[in-house]
Write a protein that binds this ligand. Structure first.
Ligand code: ATR
Length: 278
């Protein structure tokens, strides 16, 4: 066990990184608990990850978050991996214990967190997942863990959907895959619909039609900026229960905080920082 440093430095690495909300969220938590730590955003371009990590070790970084484009490549630089990270094959949270780096993936727990808080049952439910990238993989692992009945993966590139469907079967979740433009009017056949594509980041229209869904449908967008995507607006119009992307962001940050600091995270202070943009 390392001696706890009272003025430790944490970071988020990625590229682009200047719009990351993680420094706000974690700094708010430190203020709330009177901790003297700091949390910085550090831009590491693609291809420069190894040098970047050496630099972080030199400043004795206590821990860091990893975001696009390094979540998968970072796996190579870990000394230890938590199960969450080895199953998903990507890392978003790292601890540094005197130069020994251990990786975790808090995206899955972060994704599940708002569903659990709202007491929504996943077990036995039919899922439609849009997208087949890194985030979608953590989501599939989450639905498998919670025993959903089946998942349909809809993606622009069918080959990526097929790969993710195979992963789903490996982790015990029955799956199908389709091209996203072939979803047509089938959204109403599902209990939970999740957008894990990047469609909406630039205010694009919803990637699928939500015709026929009802107040029993759960619609979850993992995009948090903008908060009200067209996908969620359309879902709201139909009276569906919606879950915002910021709720997942908050969930993964809370989990990372608890891994690093071994204490309960100040959820409300972190939420205020996120929504108030403090
Ligand atoms: P993340 O780590 O956030 O999951 P990613 O791995 O780059 O990011 O995945 C982005 C997802 O958005 C993919 O499913 C991608 O589809 P492809 O597999 O076809 O690339 C999807 N996506 C990106 N732009 C899209 C678009 N214009 N229309 C539909 N899907 C799109």
């Amino acid at each position: 066990m390392i001696e706890k440093n009272h003025m430790a430095t944490y970071a988020v690495i990625g590229d682009p990184i200047d719009h990351s909300l993680s420094p706000n969220i974690h700094s708010a938590a430190f203020r709330e608990l009177n901790l003297e730590h700091s949390y910085i955003a550090y831009r590491i371009p693609k291809g420069e990850l190894e040098e970047g990590i050496e630099a972080l070790k030199k400043i004795k970084i206590a821990g860091f978050n990893v975001t696009i484009p390094h979540k998968v490549e970072m796996m190579k630089f870990l000394d230890k991996t938590d199960e969450s990270c080895s199953i998903i094959g990507a890392v978003n949270t790292v601890t540094n214990d005197n130069g020994t780096l251990k990786g975790y993936n808090t995206d899955m727990d972060g994704f599940l967190d708002p569903i659990k808080k709202k007491e929504i049952q996943i077990k036995g439910r039919k899922i439609l997942l849009l997208g087949a990238g890194g985030a979608a993989r953590a989501i599939v692992a989450g639905f498998a863990k919670e025993h959903a009945a089946s998942i349909t993966i809809a993606n622009r590139t069918l080959e990526n959907a097929k790969k993710l469907a195979m992963f789903s079967e490996q982790v015990g979740l029955k799956s199908k895959y389709v091209k996203i433009d072939e979803v047509g009017g089938t959204a109403k056949d599902y209990d939970i619909i999740v957008n894990a594509t990047s469609v909406g980041l630039k205010n694009e229209p919803s990637p699928i039609s939500l015709e026929g869904i009802s107040s029993n449908t759960i619609v979850y967008d993992i995009i948090y900026m903008p908060m009200n995507t067209d996908f969620l607006k359309k879902a709201k119009e139909k009276g569906a229960k919606i879950i915002f992307g910021y709720e997942m962001l908050l969930g993964q940050a809370v989990r990372a905080f608890e891994i690093w600091h071994g204490m309960e995270a100040p959820y409300n202070a972190m939420k205020r920082a996120l929504l108030g943009g403090v």
